[in-house]
Write a protein that binds this ligand. Structure first.
Ligand SMILES: *[C@@H]1O[C@H](CO)[C@@H](O)[C@H](O)[C@H]1NC(C)=O
Ligand SMILES: *[C@@H]1O[C@H](CO)[C@@H](O)[C@H](O)[C@H]1NC(C)=O
Ligand SMILES: *[C@@H]1O[C@H](CO)[C@@H](O)[C@H](O)[C@H]1NC(C)=O
Ligand SMILES: *[C@@H]1O[C@H](CO)[C@@H](O)[C@H](O)[C@H]1NC(C)=O
Length: 189
């Protein structure tokens, strides 16, 4: 008897597997209630400023060139730098550490200094500890204000969208170290 039940059970499982294989993947998505993710609440606009420390010099650089620019370029075209830069509350590097900016910038323009930037701000303090926002955009570094889109987020920043304004606060022409203010406008729930 137990054997028969087992046999029937296996048949049912097989049938279920076969019929789900037969739906051609047509029905693998479904809608769910927004409330399950807290999306019935009003979206809020959060603003903050963080300071991004691009340290190329010294024994512990946080920003490292992993590919040199093409030989003939005078604008860093083709160069790629990966960074894991500190994000602080004030412009001083010894002010409160809020998180890390992790990503890359790559020389993407042949006639000017302009980068493609892809990075995550990974927050490490307060209620945003563990949450991230992702920034992906064009950064013509010599302009006074560079605007880049916030394309998403995780944790408290799920479903984020918005933009940042980047302003260089300090640039060491000798070693390339820079401090950039990021003023961030984030819509999220
Ligand atoms: C997919 O779901 C729809 C709606 O429930 C149904 O009408 C349709 O027959 C399903 N398609 C398959 C291939 O199972
Ligand atoms: C940060 O460093 C500066 C200069 O080295 C110093 O004057 C200041 O007191 C430091 N601030 C903190 C919060 O440690
Ligand atoms: C940012 O984080 C997302 C999700 O963790 C990841 O897929 C993406 O590659 C990261 N982007 C960068 C530039 O590190
Ligand atoms: C942030 O979260 C991590 C992992 O949950 C935890 O280890 C760390 O202590 C937290 N930091 C702060 C400042 O709350």
């Amino acid at each position: 008897m137990a054997k028969l039940i087992f046999f029937l059970g296996v048949q049912i499982l097989l049938l279920a597997a076969v019929s789900s294989a037969e739906d051609d993947g047509e029905n693998f998505t479904g809608t769910i209630d927004r409330k399950l993710l807290g999306l019935h609440k009003k979206e809020k606009l959060t603003h903050f400023k963080v300071y991004w420390h691009d340290i190329l010099s010294g024994p512990k650089p946080s920003s490292i060139r992993i590919k040199p620019p093409v030989k003939t370029s005078t604008s860093y075209f083709g160069g790629v730098t990966m960074f894991d830069n500190a994000l602080t509350e004030k412009v001083e590097i010894n002010s409160t550490l809020l998180g890390q900016a992790q990503g890359f910038y790559a020389g993407a323009a042949q006639k000017e200094f302009s980068f493609l930037v892809g990075m995550n701000f990974s927050f490490k303090t307060g209620k945003y500890n563990g949450s991230t926002i992702t920034i992906l955009g064009r950064n013509p570094v010599l302009s006074e204000v560079r605007e880049m889109p916030i394309v998403g987020g995780t944790g408290l920043f799920r479903f984020a969208r918005g933009y940042v304004e980047a302003r260089t606060k300090l640039l060491n022409l000798k070693n390339g170290d820079a401090i950039v203010e990021y003023s961030c406008y984030v819509l999220h729930y």
